[in-house]
Design a binder for this molecule. Structure first.
Ligand code: ATP
Length: 354
């Protein structure tokens, strides 16, 4: 078993409210990602689960048992940090074996565990080397193997891929999901990288200023963001948000444009709204009736696609286009909108109305 549940966690450092009532339920065997910007309280949440800080309020339950008062050592959790140094004088094998040696496990068990973990991380041929003879990425794999070689109740991971270059990071994302599947262990994984979160998680909790904004599958968080802030934080390029209000069967933009009011839009006439449009739901090719007038502001070629920035009034829309798209800044164009996939938020509360 490896369920982790926290309820109403509160923690302040002086005047800073790092956690303001954080409640999370991590099922056994989940790859649970806590996603949020710097300072959102992600590390503080992990430290609370591990029992490293005294809480102002709230409880931590492990496998259904109240562990709030338990010392870190008896919680049976492994914490994996961004920087986890290897012992320089020891071989990779010795490094990976060290947590089991410290627990005085039998030699046969240690050998089997190191073999299994090095197989999962593809580092079998590096086991005789010392850290100085390994590349940065290889060191990180050895360090991960060392962290994962134990079988604790759950692994708490604090941005463990941050120090890797992009290519390795992408590779390690795949490895980690594979390892997670084969270990069947509970992972609570903290990151500020939404791509990492969306690509690895079974469930994502989005944290902002010490409060949970939404918990859901990556698809739910992306497709049905609970509020404007989550919509803006998750997705790249960021969702475009246009100020508007409803008027009968139309949505009327502050910039003067109008669009047919989507069937699902429950807003009251005159209510201040934000229309959220993702880049992939917009097109600079004429495709449908619903479209917005604008002018080309800039092109951002990204290899497999180009992001076209279109100015609509004073606002910029980000539109995903083919890599071959061309245009001159200032040129007038229309942006076709897939209204069925649009999002609508209350401008005051930021809450989703879709
Ligand atoms: P990052 O992604 O930058 O690591 P985070 O989401 O993990 O950020 P936390 O480290 O949990 O954020 O910090 C939450 C808030 O609490 C921040 O404003 C931080 O400055 C503050 N904080 C955290 N630890 C301490 C501490 N020991 N003393 C004072 N303030 C702290």
């Amino acid at each position: 078993m490896g369920t982790v549940a926290v309820q109403g966690l509160c923690k302040s450092f002086g005047k800073v409210r790092a956690l303001d009532g954080v409640t999370l339920d991590v099922p056994d065997g989940a790859f649970f990602v806590v996603l949020g910007p710097s300072g959102a309280g992600k590390t503080t949440t992990l430290r609370a689960i591990a029992g490293l800080d005294k809480l102002d309020a709230g409880s931590v339950h492990l496998d259904g048992r109240d562990a709030t008062a338990d010392a870190p050592a008896v919680r049976d959790l492994a914490m994996v940090f961004q920087n986890y140094a290897l012992y320089p004088r020891h071989t990779a094998y010795e490094n990976i074996a060290s947590p089991l040696r410290a627990r005085r496990r039998p030699a046969g068990e240690i050998a089997a565990a190191v073999e299994r973990m090095s197989g999962l991380l593809h580092i079998e041929r590096l086991l005789h080397r010392r850290p100085a003879q390994l590349s940065g990425g290889e060191m990180q794999r050895v360090a991960l193997a060392r962290a994962l070689v134990r079988s604790p109740r759950a692994f708490l991971m604090d941005e463990p891929l941050t120090n890797l270059d992009l290519k390795l990071r992408v590779e390690m994302r795949t490895e980690l999901t594979r390892i997670h599947r084969s270990l069947g262990a509970t992972f609570v994984y903290v990151t500020n990288d939404q791509v990492e979160a969306l690509s690895m998680a079974d469930q994502v909790a989005v944290l902002r200023e010490g409060t949970v904004q939404q918990v859901g599958t990556p698809t739910e968080v992306y497709e049905r963001p609970a509020n404007q802030w989550v919509a803006g934080f998750v997705g790249s390029p960021p969702i475009s948000l246009l100020a508007c209000h409803a008027e009968g069967d139309r949505l009327v933009g502050e910039a003067g444009w109008t669009l047919p009011r989507p069937r699902w839009a429950t807003a009251a006439d005159g209510q201040a709204l934000r229309l959220g449009l993702r880049a992939e739901d917009l097109s600079v090719e004429q495709r449908g009736d619903a479209s917005l007038p604008g002018e080309l502001y800039g092109l951002e070629p990204l290899g497999d696609r180009t992001v076209v920035d279109v100015r609509v009034g004073t606002e910029i829309l980000k539109v995903k286009a083919r890599p071959t798209v061309t245009g001159t800044p200032g040129e007038r164009l229309r942006v076709t909108v897939d209204l069925d996939r649009a999002h609508l938020f209350d401008a005051g509360t930021g809450l989703s109305l879709s």
